[in-house]
Design a binder for this molecule. Structure first.
Ligand code: BG6
Length: 489
């Protein structure tokens, strides 16, 4: 047990994120003994629950999600309380202040989790500040902010400006749940706990790197939000995929301490070459799913989804070619892509190495021996694979590709959910997996010009049938090289 008394206050407690991610994660932390005995979790929302009806609701939700109805669940439920009200009214914050006061010693330390629409971030912060609830005289007051942090560079600046009037940087936890995934953290271990990769991890040996996040789901349930405020670049690339890229490309940090790690990540993000807008069609590609079939089921196209504006140009697929202009990576392309309603749910990193300077052998039947690939599965399986050439048994000196394959977890081992790790880090005050403002700003700087150019473009994004691997033209991103997307491990 970390034994830190505190209150966890969740704004937007009845929303999807809270119900499906935050409360289950807090439940797991409770089960693992990471919550001090007196920790209370306050849900805030507009729906008028009482403490009793909220506890019943959460119990039912957790049972539906497969949690066993036992003493652990009962113990967790007892930690829950609820405060109904409107986040735009001062009386709500007064009531919240009274609740915190009445919570005794444990409420000297309070974590506020903003699981609400981004346009409420400033409203809530100002409400809390006006009620003196961000004051750290008695203990800590931490604010967890979900992505997106702003919807472009300008709005991120404005948001930062408003927040920093009431909060010190140390109080702000900008969460990117992707960074909390076991397999994403494993990128650090693979790179910095082993020596075999480091000598090869540079422009002299790596041909290119691909980062893929593919989903089979569409935008159902949040279509109108996604259509107005999302799009694949804003929703996935600006945050999650650029973070993965930063972890793959950064220099070894001097320690895992928050500033050391984030200093290295931000250097990568700041070194990304501006996307070539003159040749945008081969540097950034956007698509939108049309009707099709995913896993045997007929699904509507993006434009037919309820909540999507007629003729919307919002992209559900995006691919980008990026370069990092630094000593290690100059001229090595990083290809990032993500899409909804694709063939499989799969996230992976694929690193292709250069060919040896001379080819002594013939491939079996094929005359072009395979290059080496390092494949790192992020989800669904967290596996590490290395593709290498070996001799085909027989009298000829022919080669073929063999695979060295390892699953990172062993059967039966429980993988922690990203939010479990991150919510615990907030309690501990460890900000290493949270984004610093300069990282967010650098990431917006990369994607902003592309988003603006697309916003001015009158053509619809390329249509791709649901259930495939995205628009055919996404291969154009490789120019006339012999590169191609790796869809699977
Ligand atoms: C979220 C995006 O941040 O990440 C979603 O808003 C996306 O659109 C999700 O589906 C993907 O994360 P995961 O962990 O579900 O693969």
């Amino acid at each position: 047990c970390v034994g830190i008394s505190h209150a966890y206050v969740i704004f937007g407690a009845t929303g999807n994120l809270a119900v499906h991610k935050l409360l289950p994660a807090l439940y797991q932390l409770h089960c693992m003994g990471h919550l001090a005995d007196d920790v209370e979790i306050l849900g805030c929302g507009r729906t008028p629950f009482t403490q009793v009806s909220w506890q019943a609701e959460v119990r039912q939700q957790l049972l539906k999600q497969g949690v066993a109805d036992d003493a652990a669940l009962e113990g967790f439920i007892q930690r829950l309380d609820y405060l109904a009200g409107s986040l735009t009214e001062a009386t709500f914050y007064q009531a919240l202040g009274a609740w915190i006061q009445s919570d005794g010693e444990c409420a000297n330390n309070v974590i506020f989790y903003l699981s609400v629409s981004p346009d409420l971030y400033v409203t809530v912060t100002e409400g809390l500040a006006a009620a003196q609830l961000l004051d750290e005289a008695q203990g800590f007051r931490r604010m967890v902010i979900e992505k997106p942090f702003g919807h472009d560079l300008e709005s991120a600046r404005t948001l930062q400006h408003s927040l920093s009037e009431h909060l010190k940087e140390e109080q702000i936890y900008r969460i990117d749940h992707y960074v909390g995934k076991e397999a994403v953290q494993n990128l650090l271990v693979l790179r910095f706990a082993n020596l075999i990769l480091e000598p090869l991890w540079n422009r002299y040996h790596i041909d290119h790197i691909q980062i893929t996040h593919a989903e089979t789901v569409g935008v159902d349930g949040r279509a109108s939000y996604y259509d107005k405020s999302g799009g694949a670049v804003r929703d996935m690339i600006q945050s999650h995929l650029l973070q993965v890229m930063a972890l793959l490309a950064m220099e070894p940090p001097v320690s895992l301490e928050a500033e050391a790690l984030r200093n290295e990540k931000v250097k990568v993000l700041q070194s990304i070459r501006p996307v070539n807008l003159e040749a945008l069609a081969t540097h950034a590609i956007r698509g939108q799913y049309a009707a099709g079939e995913v896993k045997g089921e007929a699904v509507p196209g993006y434009l037919q989804e309820t909540g999507v504006a007629a003729g919307s140009h919002t992209e559900s697929y995006a691919a980008m070619k990026l370069y990092i202009d630094n000593w290690r990576w100059k001229d090595v392309p990083f290809y990032l892509r993500t899409g909804k309603r694709l063939k499989e749910r799969r996230s992976l990193v694929a690193v292709r190495f250069k060919q040896p300077p001379m080819q002594l052998f013939k491939g079996s039947g094929v005359y072009q021996p395979h290059p080496n690939w390092l494949l790192i599965g992020i989800q669904p399986e967290d596996a590490v694979r290395m593709e290498i050439s070996a001799k085909v048994p027989g009298l000829e000196m022919h080669t073929r590709q063999i695979v060295m394959d390892a699953s990172v977890s062993t059967p039966g081992e429980r993988k922690a959910e990203a939010y479990e790790e991150l919510l615990l880090d907030v309690i501990k005050g460890d900000r290493s997996l949270f984004l610093r403002y300069d990282e967010v700003k650098a990431a917006w700087t990369v994607v902003d010009p592309v988003m603006q150019r697309w916003a001015d473009d009158e053509q619809l994004p390329l249509q791709y049938p649901a259930g495939g691997w995205g628009p055919k033209a996404a291969e154009k991103i490789f120019g006339d090289s012999d590169r191609a997307w790796r869809h699977t491990l």
